[in-house]
Design a binder for this molecule. Structure first.
Ligand code: GLN
Length: 397
């Protein structure tokens, strides 16, 4: 019943994560579609949440977030980037990065302003721009080829996307769905253009701690010379602590940009669950404890899944970070069968009972994603093994 939906949101329908998780449940499939762990974050964080329910207020938190969490986030940002960060004027706690993105775009941009982002993208990078009535300018992350071992962008294409109407660029690193970790050199190209055109950068860094190759560390765009004053850095608790359901995220930016984020945030969610913010502060104090075992689990699950997909005939792309493997399924098509990622993912769910995301939804130019499926590996090894057992039947499917 689309008739009441504003025309600018009609093309998006129900988001793919809701659709695929519902289908996975219907078919009793192993759900490797929506990216969420099938295990919980560390017990000490849940204990801190339980204690906070009794030790602290259960009324509205201050609009920008409870001071204890903002202080913990400010110190963490300084540790990570070497940049000064004032907890009062530079940190805003939001309902996950999923609120922080539209809050930032809505707070900063006028209808008609151009906002640049890369495809493939996580859906809200595009819908935030559409919600704010801004004009999307899309730059393609191209698939690896003989001369590029990883997803890459053409500098001239990026340069061409900047116009006098460009207000902001959204950069997601480490990247969903490709797992790409932008290199310092790539970020420098983006930084140079932002500075030359006086453009604000909005970074989505929710996978910042989930990088698996020591040679490919995560770099925050804000830490590059000249970028601190023009970058809004977004991240969240969900991936770092395997607590995606807590929906605690944040925006860190210089005071004038923070004022813009808060101008919208105060009228979106106003403030975030008070006790969970205290627990988030406790989690951040002991972050390193949680990360070692998590990375080990994720790398093991990634490697299990990647090896199985390759053995079954998929062409996979390297995933040096994050939760996901992008896999080209076209070598498995029967002769003459057209590449249709939606149809192929349906077949996987119905016949193998494994759910993955058809990658065309991550593309502005849907055809570019047609040969690809996205598999989430943020699951226990047993879950991945069960998925592999089911995928083994694919040739008969
Ligand atoms: N970030 C998760 C993913 O990419 C899902 C988030 C959501 O369901 N909106 O799968």
């Amino acid at each position: 019943m689309p008739e009441f939906i504003t025309p600018r949101l009609r093309p998006f329908g129900t988001n793919i994560f809701t659709t695929m998780s519902r289908l996975a449940a219907q078919h009793d499939a192993v759900n490797l579609s929506q990216g969420f762990p099938d295990f919980d974050g560390p017990v000490f964080i849940k204990d801190a949440a339980r204690d906070a329910l009794y030790a602290h207020s259960n009324q509205y938190a201050p609009m920008p977030g409870v001071p204890a969490l903002r202080r913990a986030l400010a110190e963490r940002f300084t540790r990570d980037t070497g940049l000064p960060c004032d907890a009062d004027t530079m940190v805003t706690v939001t309902c996950g990065c999923t609120e922080a993105l539209p809050a930032t775009v809505l707070g900063l941009c006028e209808p008609g302003d151009e906002v640049i982002f890369f495809q493939p993208y996580f859906d809200i990078h595009k819908t935030s721009v559409i919600l704010a009535n801004c004009a999307p300018k899309v730059v393609t992350l191209r698939r690896p080829d003989a001369s590029h071992p990883e997803f890459w962008f053409d500098e001239a294409e990026l340069r061409g996307a900047f116009t006098p109407r460009t207000r902001a660029i959204v950069v997601n690193t480490p990247h969903n769905p490709t797992g790409k970790v932008f290199t310092r050199a790539e970020l420098q190209q983006i930084a140079d253009l932002c500075i030359r055109h006086n453009v604000t950068a909005i970074t989505d860094e929710v996978y910042e701690r989930l990088v698996y190759e020591p040679s490919r560390p995560h770099v925050s765009l804000a830490s590059l010379p000249g970028m601190a004053e023009r970058t809004v850095t977004l991240s969240s608790m969900g991936k770092t602590f395997s607590l995606t359901g807590w929906k605690i995220g944040w925006a860190i930016a210089p005071a004038p940009l923070t004022a813009a984020v808060r101008a919208a945030h105060q009228f979106m969610t106003f403030s975030i669950a008070t006790p969970l913010q205290y627990a988030a502060a406790a989690a951040i104090e002991r972050e390193q404890e949680a990360l070692g075992p998590l990375r080990e689990l994720l790398v093991n699950s990634r490697d299990l899944l990647n090896a199985a997909l390759t053995r079954l005939g998929f062409r996979t792309e390297p995933a040096p970070s994050g939760y996901f493997i992008l896999a080209d399924y076209t070598p498995l098509l029967k002769a003459g069968e057209p590449a249709d990622d939606t149809a192929f993912s349906r077949r996987l769910i119905e016949r193998c009972r494994v759910a993955a995301i058809p990658a065309s939804v991550f593309y502005h130019d849907a055809e570019l994603g047609r040969p690809l499926l996205r598999f989430a590996f943020c699951k226990k090894a047993d879950t991945i093994r069960e998925a592999i057992r089911r995928l083994e039947t694919i040739s008969g499917a």
